[in-house]
Design a protein around this ligand. Structure first.
Ligand code: C5P
Length: 252
């Protein structure tokens, strides 16, 4: 590959790396945003940071030119989720997520309300992602709440339902990516946490994939937190992950 097309590919891969801002304060979060602004595509704000810092953290990241994935995993009655998603849209986030198990009506109403708000506010419509089955749950957890199918078939069922409702994609574990990609087609977004660089020491190799493997399996975006945050040099760690992602687009 020539160096011009190689650097183009690095830029496009960087856009597909989501960094999880799993820290307790706005100050720590913004230090990481400033350090990693040129290295990752999207900053993920989850429940811990949002509860401590509120919408202001999203505004601060937007002010610095960063894209935000507001990962609050909404699950409530349709109107409540749709209105919360509308408020997130006004904050000009690039992505937000809701639980697919919250119902068809909940997802449909959210899709409608977000599209309308984006038009009214003249902001880009955020990508709407569905949570299928949390990666922390296994078959026995599902069984205890009355879901008798396997994790894999429940994930596929909910991913297809989300797609039918007009959602843009799902958040899914690396192990589920290939199946969802097959079932939901090439345009459906798959955002994948549980990614560990090839160099890292992981206790349970079965539950994770390397960036290269996850991209090869069909993930559009990767979510990475601690391997970057806890690295001695977070900037270099992010660059190494982007390079690994890039390898996943080449022929094996
Ligand atoms: O483990 P790491 O720090 O890379 O996790 C980054 C993000 O990915 C977390 O914010 C969490 O929401 C998500 N995650 C997940 N399932 C896992 C591990 C992490 O959804 N098994």
């Amino acid at each position: 590959m020539g160096s011009a097309s190689n650097s183009k590919s690095i830029v496009s891969m960087r856009k597909r790396l989501i960094f999880a801002l799993d820290v307790p304060t706005q100050r720590e979060a913004l230090e990481l945003v400033d350090a990693l602004a040129g290295e990752v595509g999207v900053f993920k704000v989850g429940k811990q940071l949002f509860v401590s810092s509120g919408p202001e953290i999203v505004k601060q990241i937007r002010r610095r030119g960063g894209d935000v994935f507001l990962d609050l995993k909404f699950h409530d009655i349709p109107r409540t989720v749709a209105k919360a998603a509308a408020e997130a849209t006004k904050l000009d986030v690039a992505m937000l997520d809701v639980h697919a198990s919250g119902s068809v009506e909940m997802m449909r109403e959210t899709v409608r309300e977000v599209a309308k708000t984006a038009r009214d506010e003249r902001v880009k419509r955020p990508k709407l992602l569905a949570i299928t089955v949390l990666t922390s749950l296994n078959r026995s957890d599902l069984s205890r709440v009355g879901v008798k199918s396997t994790v894999e078939s429940q994930v596929t069922r909910l991913a297809k339902l989300a797609r039918l409702c007009g959602m843009d994609g799902v958040v899914a574990s690396p192990l589920e990516v290939a199946r969802i990609r097959r079932e939901c087609g090439s345009r459906f977004l798959i955002v994948t946490p549980g990614v560990r660089p090839a160099s890292s020491d992981v206790e349970d190799q079965k539950r994770v994939m390397t960036p290269e493997q996850a991209i090869r399996a069909g993930a559009k975006y990767l979510v990475v937190g601690s391997p970057i945050r806890n690295a001695p040099d977070p900037v270099q760690a992010a660059r190494d992950i982007v390079a690994e992602m890039q390898r996943g687009t080449r022929l094996p």
